[in-house]
Design a binder for this molecule. Structure first.
Ligand SMILES: Cc1cc2nc3c(=O)[nH]c(=O)nc-3n(C[C@H](O)[C@H](O)[C@H](O)COP(=O)(O)OP(=O)(O)OC[C@H]3O[C@@H](n4cnc5c(N)ncnc54)[C@H](O)[C@@H]3O)c2cc1C
Length: 383
């Protein structure tokens, strides 16, 4: 039977779920409190320069998931794009992620891979057997020089916490490559939609069973007018933050213009703790197939998210995990709603994971609806 479905949010999560349900014959209404679709993946052309802007921060598509790659290619033309990031540290520019070039630059050497492996192994602090913090983990992996130059200051600025107070789990693997590969991602499929992400998400939402209303904030009262709601807003927000706020980092972007090529690459990180920004993005370099003389850039800073800020990165430390657990318990008592996406499940999600989870969630919901089974409360377990 056809149902009336409300999607609260016009980001990737709700767009993909809404499209899947619309293709199955359901009537889908998509709303967003913002005046545009696309959520945080929103891109638009800068009026002054014509450069495609990644308004909420740089987005590079990368995945090993063939179904997801085929899915996005149905709605956008993707161009090959390799994410090559540079960083400054101590007044010099280095290659990231830390690779053989970075090591040779920092130690003013010309080591080959095997020599570098032995060299870094000798640097690593073997007295740390069971690392408890980010700092201990980094020292155990790479030793003091690489840690100080590339990990310490950046991490401090990004998380607003001393790496001594951050969990070791943030640095899961050895953050070093012993070759000259400076492609930031290992994934098989990588690219950039030639005309931005907004066009891709508009394509996903372009279906006769989908209607879109922008500039509309959804709430419980609105949800009661529909058979089911998918909510991609903040989990704690649905409950009016009744037992507290889940902590996030937010980002401040300072936009500026330059005539010509400002930094010669798309992303320049800043490793030094006393330099206020974490990175600068020069957006014309995200579309190397386009030609622009003028340039537009964002300096980026990270800070603690306040109630009126856009929540970007969930913090998910011990205190937040405990609060999350309580919200998940309360949410499981709700009916007629599914919490989805990065805010609904309080997790950092890359776009390919967002799409994968959205496709799986829509299919699970359709199956449960057809068989009269229990409809999912969460797209995935947030714990
Ligand atoms: C700085 C940054 C850089 C990133 N870079 C990459 C990258 O390079 N590669 C990559 O794969 N991924 C990247 N991501 C991840 C990517 O942004 C997410 O995967 C994606 O945005 C998740 O989509 P979503 O729909 O779950 O959430 P969102 O994009 O946040 O969309 C949620 C939408 O819901 C709306 N909403 C919330 N509450 C309500 C309400 N009550 N009523 C109506 N509307 C509401 C919001 O306005 C928003 O538009 C990055 C994320 C960040 C923060």
């Amino acid at each position: 039977m056809q149902k009336n479905i409300l999607m609260m949010g016009a980001g990737l999560s709700c767009a993909v779920i809404g499209r899947t349900l619309a293709e199955s014959g359901h009537s889908v209404t998509v709303i967003d409190s913002r005046e545009h679709v696309g959520g945080n993946c929103f891109t638009e052309r800068d009026e002054r320069t014509g450069v495609m802007l990644h308004v909420y921060g740089p987005h590079i598509f990368h995945t090993d998931d063939k179904e997801v790659w085929d899915y996005v290619n149905k709605f956008a033309e993707f161009r090959p794009y390799k994410n090559q990031v540079k960083t400054t540290s101590g007044g010099e520019v280095y290659s990231l992620p830390i690779n053989l070039h970075t090591i040779n630059q920092l130690f003013k050497s010309s080591m080959r891979p095997q020599e570098a492996i032995e060299f870094i192994s000798n640097k690593s602090d073997k007295s740390i057997v069971d690392p408890q913090s980010f700092e201990e983990q980094a020292l155990r992996f790479v030793g003091p020089e690489l840690y100080e130059a590339f990990l310490k200051g950046y991490t401090l600025k990004q998380w607003g916490r001393d790496p001594k107070d951050l969990p070791a789990s943030i640095l899961k693997r050895l953050p070093v490559r012993f070759n000259y590969d400076d492609n930031y991602f290992f994934h098989k499929f990588q690219g950039m939609p030639s005309n931005g992400y907004t066009e891709m998400i508009e394509g996903i939402l372009n279906h006769p069973n989908i209607s879109i209303k922008l500039g509309v904030r959804g709430d419980r009262a609105l949800a009661t007018q529909f058979d089911h709601t998918f909510y991609s807003g903040p989990l704690d927000g649905w409950f009016d933050y009744s037992i507290g706020r889940l902590a996030y980092r937010t980002l401040d972007f300072e936009k500026f213009y330059f005539d010509g090529d400002y930094q010669g690459c798309a992303v320049m990180n800043y490793g030094d703790a006393d330099y206020p920004y974490t990175r600068t993005s020069e957006h014309k370099h995200f579309a190397p197939w386009e030609e622009h003389e003028a340039s537009v850039l964002y300096n980026e800073k990270s800070r603690e998210c306040q109630p009126d800020d856009i929540p970007y990165y969930p913090i998910r430390q011990q205190a937040e995990r405990e609060l999350l657990l309580q919200y998940v318990k309360i949410a499981k008592g709700e009916r007629g709603i599914t919490f989805v996406g990065r805010l609904g499940t309080y997790r950092y999600l890359d776009m390919d994971v967002t799409i994968r989870e959205a496709l799986d969630c829509a299919r699970e919901w359709l199956l449960a609806d057809e068989c009269g089974g229990e409809l999912p409360i969460f797209s995935v377990n947030p714990i």
